[in-house]
Design a protein around this ligand. Structure first.
Ligand SMILES: [Zn+2]
Length: 274
């Protein structure tokens, strides 16, 4: 990694906000949580009750919720665009209630499995009690937008070595000229962390939201732990010029966690002695 350009180290950088989110609730999320805690970065974990892959058990999720925000990801990790309204509503409302039961905290946030939803289903999401929904829109440094009373949260970069075609396809879906402008950088990028660094520089320089998201199981499959750790350290080194927030705080909700800066290892031993 090349490090931040000196021209971005200005007061303008204070308008930059950094957030991270992690989908699917795989047990390896605990490794991500440890890295975030070491770097003093906030994070939101979107956890389904069950999935095609392993999911953390209730006590792991409850423990994680003391330091990080937990959002819903439907009950059974189902793409809601393929469900009837009745089934979609059951998956949505059920997952919010399940998260609240496990963590003992209110749950305002949803992430769509596979990023899939039909626009008219946003109403079902609101009716299920959610106030914000994270999408898989990439290469955005925009703040969440309000659609049908819901905060729709875009992302900047996924911790995954996508090819240029995937970025172009993602941008084309949004019909967004702003995103098309970012695609050449992606096409010529030398890997996802290089692109992440470009986007982080841009968020600091122009003001904006840098939102890193990923799947811990995918980071394991792709052998990306070292790259992730380097990027998180770089993000941490920008904390003077930015603010690290949860996805919920990004939408204006207060942080519910209280011990975020305490490393998980210490937290675990504190729990043992409690
Ligand atoms: Zn998922």
């Amino acid at each position: 990694m090349r490090g931040l350009r000196s021209d971005v180290m200005s007061d303008a950088g204070r308008r930059c906000v950094i957030t991270t989110s992690w989908d699917d609730g795989h047990p390896l999320d605990l490794r991500v949580a440890e890295l975030l805690a070491e770097c003093g970065l906030a994070g939101t974990f979107y956890v389904p009750r069950s999935s095609q892959r392993s999911v953390m058990n209730s006590s792991q999720i409850r423990n994680l919720s003391k330091w990080f925000e937990i959002g819903a990801h439907t009950l059974d990790h189902l793409a809601i665009d393929r469900l009837s309204d009745l089934d979609a509503s059951a998956q949505l409302a059920g997952s919010r209630e399940w998260i609240e039961g496990v963590t003992g905290r209110s749950c305002h946030l949803l992430c769509f499995p596979g990023g899939r939803f039909r626009r008219r289903q946003l109403q079902l999401v609101s009716q299920a009690g959610f106030q914000a929904a994270r999408t898989v829109e990439l290469l955005s440094i925009a703040k969440p937008s309000l659609v049908s009373g819901l905060h729709i949260i875009p992302t900047t970069i996924q911790a995954f070595p996508h090819g240029a075609f995937a970025y172009a396809r993602n941008a084309a879906k949004r019909f967004s000229t702003a995103h098309f402008a970012s695609v050449p950088a992606a096409i010529h990028s030398k890997g996802w962390t290089f692109l992440a660094e470009e986007m982080l520089n841009r968020a600091i320089n122009e003001g904006g939201v840098f939102h890193l998201w990923g799947h811990s199981w995918e980071i394991e499959e792709q052998g990306e732990w070292e790259n992730l750790e380097r990027l998180l350290k770089m993000m941490s080194s920008c904390r003077k010029h930015s603010k690290s927030v949860t996805n919920g705080e990004l939408c204006g909700y207060p942080r519910q966690t209280i011990l975020r800066d305490l490393p998980l290892a210490q937290a675990a031993s504190a729990e043992k002695t409690a």
